[in-house]
Design a protein around this ligand. Structure first.
Ligand code: SF4
Ligand code: SF4
Length: 436
């Protein structure tokens, strides 16, 4: 639908599929010069964006053209890792003479962070605390653009199920499908006692319940033996971060040397956040830069030779400066990348080796048939902003794509639609359950 309007998009419930779930219609209202498709998919073991670009490149480009029209952008760039040669060739074959091109990205982490992606593609550094639009850029996830082109309510989610499963696979699933059903669809776990990360090994979250549902932002379901070292790190508590960090950090600053945001010239220095663990006074001055941490986890999982948690220290310190109304002098100012920026990027192969991921098959072909279970539990909060409010009653019958929860008038958010046809079985403050 080439003439799709922002109001129509708002009614479809589109949110960024790759991050925190910011409503797409809001992002599309800021005028920019360049729209970048974020096809980096830089976390290890993830494959669904690559598969989507391979299978649905035409729709992705159509979504990109809609985004360019709405934002007034003259330039569209598809960022894809250079090693996906077949995907790059496929997209290039579909591109016409309409200002769209492919940018080949390095096979490094975090290539998909929007600050890094924007710099790699345009050479412009988004200021500390800024947004891509500050340098005339909008970044959009591959799947978000495909949803935009399809112009129908968002009821499905694509994700990779990988790690310790029999058949790593990428799937299109009904929103609200449980993690357990996704794992079964990948042939089941290969370990008896498992732990599951949703989202990725670097920035994902440890799932506490296998019956938790897939939401609009779930990009991966990664299964690990419960005793895998990566899982032990996920169990680190703030008390552990502080207690061990205070005594064991030798201030070598390797964490800062490798920090991608510091390499962009931003004033984030995780070793200073670690130093601040030992101070009670003047802490705010030491941790001013922590607010510019994107929580990529490179410092904690890769850089630190002592196996400490500088990311945890940064996260802990983020509110300190905010609560005291302090801002770093470089906030919102132009910065210049470090001279060694391109030499200090972290290769994915290094991540895979260091995190003990070599034992897992790093693949995830897209399955043709969507996974549509008989029961889904659809959370009312799947996005940034206000939770959606139910518009249906228990016992009511709904069809796939029907509105079941709306955003309060004037609030930021995205409406929610039925992902299967069936009956409303339960409504709670958190979710609506549908039975086929
Ligand atoms: S947290 Fe680790 S890498 Fe950072 S300064 Fe301390 S010991 Fe070095
Ligand atoms: S998690 Fe660590 S490496 Fe990543 S941005 Fe924050 S401080 Fe830098």
């Amino acid at each position: 639908m080439a003439d799709l309007t922002v109001d129509q998009i708002a009614r479809l419930g589109l949110v960024g599929c790759g991050g925190a779930g910011f409503p797409t219609h809001v992002k599309l209202q800021a005028p920019v010069e360049t729209v970048i498709v974020n096809g980096a998919e830089c976390e290890p073991l993830l494959h669904k964006d690559k598969e989507l670009m391979r299978l649905h490149g035409q729709e992705m480009l159509e979504g990109l053209r809609i985004a360019m029209r709405l934002t007034g952008a003259q330039r569209g760039v598809v960022g894809i890792k250079h090693r996906y040669e077949d995907v790059i060739a496929g997209i290039r074959a579909l591109i016409g003479d309409d200002g769209i091109s492919v940018h080949e990205l390095t096979d490094t982490y975090p290539a998909g962070d929007e600050f890094i992606l924007t710099f790699d593609v345009t050479g412009a550094v988004i200021p500390p605390g800024g947004l891509p639009k500050d340098v005339g850029v909008l970044t959009q996830n591959v799947e978000t653009l495909i949803n935009l082109a399809r112009a129908r309510p968002v009821t499905r989610k694509c994700l990779t199920v990988g790690g310790a499963v029999r058949e790593p696979v990428s799937l299109e699933v009904a929103i609200g499908t449980s993690l357990r059903v996704c794992i079964e669809a990948a042939g089941g776990a290969t370990a008896a006692d498992i732990a599951v990360l949703t989202g990725g090994v670097m920035m994902g979250r440890l799932a506490t319940d296998l019956d938790a549902p897939v939401i609009k932002t779930t990009g991966a379901v990664l299964v690990f033996p419960a005793d895998h070292p990566l899982i032990a790190k996920c169990h680190r508590t703030e008390d552990h971060t502080v207690r061990i960090g205070r005594s064991a950090c030798d201030q070598c600053s390797f964490c800062t040397d490798l920090c991608p945001r510091w390499l962009l010239g931003h004033p984030i220095e995780p070793h200073r956040a670690m130093r601040a663990l030992g101070f009670h006074e003047e802490r705010a001055q030491l941790v001013l830069g922590a607010s510019y941490c994107c929580e990529c986890n490179l410092c904690s999982l890769i850089a630190c030779p002592e196996d400490l948690d500088p990311r945890g220290a940064c996260i802990r310190d983020k509110p300190t400066a905010r609560e005291q109304g302090l801002q770093h002098p470089l906030h919102g100012r132009e910065t210049r990348p470090h001279a060694l920026y391109s030499h200090r990027r972290t290769p994915i192969s290094r991540l895979i080796a260091k995190l003990g991921l070599r034992q897992f098959r790093n693949e995830g072909p897209m399955r043709a048939e969507p996974l549509i279970p008989d029961r889904v539990t659809i959370p009312l909060r799947q996005h940034i902003g206000a939770p959606a409010e139910p518009t249906v009653k228990r016992g009511e019958r709904v069809g796939e794509g029907d509105l079941i929860a709306a955003i309060p008038e004037g609030s930021l958010g995205a409406p929610i639609h039925a992902s299967i046809s069936g009956q409303v079985a339960a409504i709670t403050e958190e979710a609506i359950t549908l039975n086929r």
